[in-house]
Design a protein around this ligand. Sequence first.
Ligand code: ATP
Ligand code: MG
Length: 423
Amino acid sequence: MIPSRRTAREAAVNIVRILRDAGYVAYLAGGCVRDALLGLEPKDYDVATDARPEAVRKLFQRSRYVGESFGVVLVYVGGHPIEVATFRSEWGYEDGRRPTRVHFTDAEHDAQRRDFTINGLFADPLQRDGQTGGDRIIDFVGGRADLQARLVRAIGDPQERFAEDYLRMLRAVRFAARLDFQIEGKTAAAIRPSAKYLGQISRERIGQEVQWMLTGARPALAAWWIQQLRLDSAVLNEDHLDVEAATLRRLSAEAQFPTALAAWMIDRQVGPATLEAAEDFVEHRAEVVVPRWRTALCLSNDDRDGLRAVLSLLAQAHRWPQLKVAQRKRLLAKGAWGQTMLLLHALADAAPAREIDQQSRALIAEGVAPPPLVTGEDLIALGLAPGPVFGQLLDQVYDAQLEGRVTTRDQALGFLNEHTPTP
Ligand code: ATP
Ligand code: MG
């Protein structure tokens, strides 16, 4: 069952009500308050409370600890998992995953330990705000003013806050890009000199942030901030570069993470790219850069393969004008072709993409991957033993089929007969 957004909020409000009825303080907290105030659909809802984790578990049967010592209980209401966190005074990470210890505290101190003012808001869904008629907002950190001013501002001293958890530097970029906010001056100024320390953070957390950025609303803006703040060198394990993320900017929102990575890679490594320049990069330098990015971003095998696939298909697309019909059809039938076309259309010179699109239309209408008219079994029936010739023959007859030179099974068998070497 896919739960609807509306009921996710209702589930969270329900949890707040039950906690309140039991005598605790409980609010909606963090990202969901920020997004609701911006008129955006919250990704998920978090509840913050002064009830201790044990008490939360007792109140909600369908719940489990996700970080008992950090005060987080996952509560399921109507199929929605809602994180219920006890107000805490530490958010810092040392090993790169979890705070080493937490102390439970009150709402105000909890807010002050959050990362950015826009993330430090609470909402009381059981009371109305006199002015807006929405939830009553509890703002200890000036988050509402910064939402108005469209600013990502660290809570407290930015330098100290980044030193507690260097990943916050990337979180600042992610929120700025996603919301199209500025990063407040002192906050941005604190990032540049600390950028080199990002390398202390686990590559997995860095990669996760980058994935969120590149698959978010404004990936090119994220790339721009990363570069402006000199984070690119620590993020990608390569020298800082001043380049424009133009391919990434033109890339369709349908692009998946590996395709966005490929676009960003082309922007950094090739610059304003023609298909020819991009192909040259794929042929000569990608084999060095792809493994570097894989390590830097802790890419999964799937993402690494996806990245390689679009780059390799891009290089093949460069040869499109010389390809025969069968070769074109084989290309069009590849799983990563759709994503590759998105990348081609985003290149500085999109003329080849337009030409390929136009010329593929008729081929697609004919069918680019019809079921083969003959198979290996037919070859065996003809007395041929499986071996290298075997595969070649099947490729040849399938090419003939794709090009319309053989159209029936009888013709295909005839083709095999003609082309089978006599023993
Ligand atoms: P998203 O919509 O991307 O989930 P979010 O604001 O909900 O954004 P989360 O990572 O889900 O971000 O974290 C929830 C809240 O927890 C944040 O809004 C913030 O208040 C707090 N938080 C999360 N990570 C940190 C951190 N590293 N340091 C300080 N506070 C944090
Ligand atoms: Mg969240």
